[in-house]
Ligand binder design. Sequence first.
Ligand code: NAP
Length: 280
Amino acid sequence: MIKVYGVIGDPISHSVSPDIHNDAFSRYNLNSFYHHFHVTPTKLEDAVKGMKAIGVRGFNVTIPHKTAIIPHLDEVDETARAIGAVNTVVNRNGRFVGYNTDGFGYLLALKEEYNQSLDDKRILLIGAGGAARGIYCTLVKEGIANVDIANRTVEKAKELVNDCPYENHTRVFSIHEAETNLNQYDILINTTPEGMSPHTERMPLQLHKLKNDAFVSDIIYNPLKTKLLEAAEQKQAMIQNGLGMFAFQAALAFEIWTGIFPEVERMKQIVLNKLGGTEC
Ligand code: NAP
């Protein structure tokens, strides 16, 4: 019998996840199908019960359900609990178990594209929302202790540091303070939606004080080159967009469901084809 997988979110019709997972299921002959399901917040509990009743084998969870789904699951893995968000659920003998692959997906993409040791580097994370929680907790869990956070709402960044149970030396700043101190950082990671389509003219902060050899990473992948990345490139910085994170978090989810780690480059290419762009 065909195994059913999916993604739940609101909105969801724009999702490219069905394209990449269905391609991987067919490539590995897994007789499985992945579909996007539009689930509004008031229907979340019913949707989870329904998916369990019909034997859905696994699913991704996206905005706005990543935190709200936790009480509806049978078990949540330690890292996902520390992050406070689940983006991947697997059906283990009728029990729904939640994971978070966003943070580790980001770390794998960073290691692949930065290609230097992260141990002695100073990192500035911009933003303290859902994606930042996954990235921050994963970096400090992996022992990368020099991660500071700048956020529009400074209190929210403080909360994120307090909620994350791993040892760190994190300092928290306003965006303005971060702009002033930018020359202290080797790696800058934008996790805010500033610059995402359709608001492509926006930037989360100014880069006047950026170090010459800095690495600037933006987790947005639509557009592939945000205004922030354009400005960083003009200052001779190395740049990275969000495509790698997206592909690696999907690959890690696929591995949780099937035991197979799929070809990440192929997943990236499918997203690029769908967006009609080329890698920057
Ligand atoms: P979120 O939970 O809503 O958090 C948004 C963060 O951005 C908050 O810290 C918020 O600050 C800040 N922010 C929002 N608008 C701002 C503005 N006008 N000026 C300054 N800061 C602003 O969102 P999220 O789920 O973390 O997603 C953030 C971005 O990451 C989105 O663009 C999403 O598409 C992208 N993303 C990419 C991937 C990938 O695989 N590449 C995965 C997940 C998310 P306050 O705390 O002050 O509100």
